[in-house]
Design a protein around this ligand. Structure first.
Ligand code: TMP
Length: 210
């Protein structure tokens, strides 16, 4: 039985989710919780190397899906489960919902395949599966997200270079996941002010036991 909690942050590129990670970590520490912040793809030496390839190299969509889950297996086994067993709160910037949204919704890969990989990678029969306790979905319309990315003026990675229709499918796949798993998903309006969003996050974290 895990003693810690797994908190995942999700949303389309430009949703603003990553800008809350450090604030959430500080908030949890102020509530005397031990915290580990990490991200996907990434979070381990191998995972960060895979991230670099995934964000830059062209590849078959199924290769992309398999590499996302390979990086995730390493991340769960080496970082996430040990931290949860130590009783820490793990803040993970993206997790398997991102594979459902991007590779499932965005790229149209077979749902059954995704579920099979998820069951395999999240845990075997002998242990409790590694599922998020709370998933914060930062929702913004695609035009707003694209405008933010353009304003940032940096080089776009392989996913950010996808067209508006792709990101619209990703957004709707996320919203569909939230409807399917209402017990762990909370949708936040990413167009609200930073202060208003943080107030909501603080309430949700308190409700989750912080
Ligand atoms: P980031 O920009 O939030 O760090 O994420 C990197 C990109 O990787 C982002 O565009 C979404 C994509 N991604 C997937 O396509 N599938 C996944 O399973 C994960 C974790 C990320």
């Amino acid at each position: 039985m895990n003693k810690g909690k797994l908190l995942t942050l999700e949303g389309i590129d430009g949703s603003g989710k990553s800008s809350h990670v450090a604030w959430i970590a500080d908030f949890l520490r102020s509530r005397e919780k031990a915290v580990l912040s990490t991200r996907e793809p990434g979070g381990t030496k191998l995972g960060e190397w895979l991230r670099e390839q995934l964000l830059t190299l062209p590849m078959h969509p199924e290769t992309e899906l398999l590499l996302m889950f390979a990086a995730r297996k390493e991340h769960i086994a080496e970082v996430i489960l040990p931290a949860l067993e130590r009783g820490e709160w793990v803040i993970c910037d993206r997790f398997s919902d991102a594979s459902h949204a991007y590779q499932g919704g965005g790229k149209g890969l077979n749902h059954r395949r995704l579920v099979e990989l998820e069951l395999w990678v999240h845990g075997d029969e002998s242990s409790q599966p590694c599922e998020p306790d709370l998933t914060l979905l930062f929702d913004v319309p695609c035009e707003v997200a694209r405008e933010r990315i353009a304003l940032a003026g940096r080089h776009l990675d392989r996913f950010e270079q996808e067209d508006a229709q792709f990101h619209d499918r990703v957004r709707h796949a996320y919203l569909e996941r939230a409807r399917k798993f209402p017990e762990r998903f909370r949708i936040l309006d990413g167009q609200k002010t930073l202060e208003a969003i943080r107030e909501e996050i603080a309430a949700l974290l308190t409700e989750a036991g912080a």
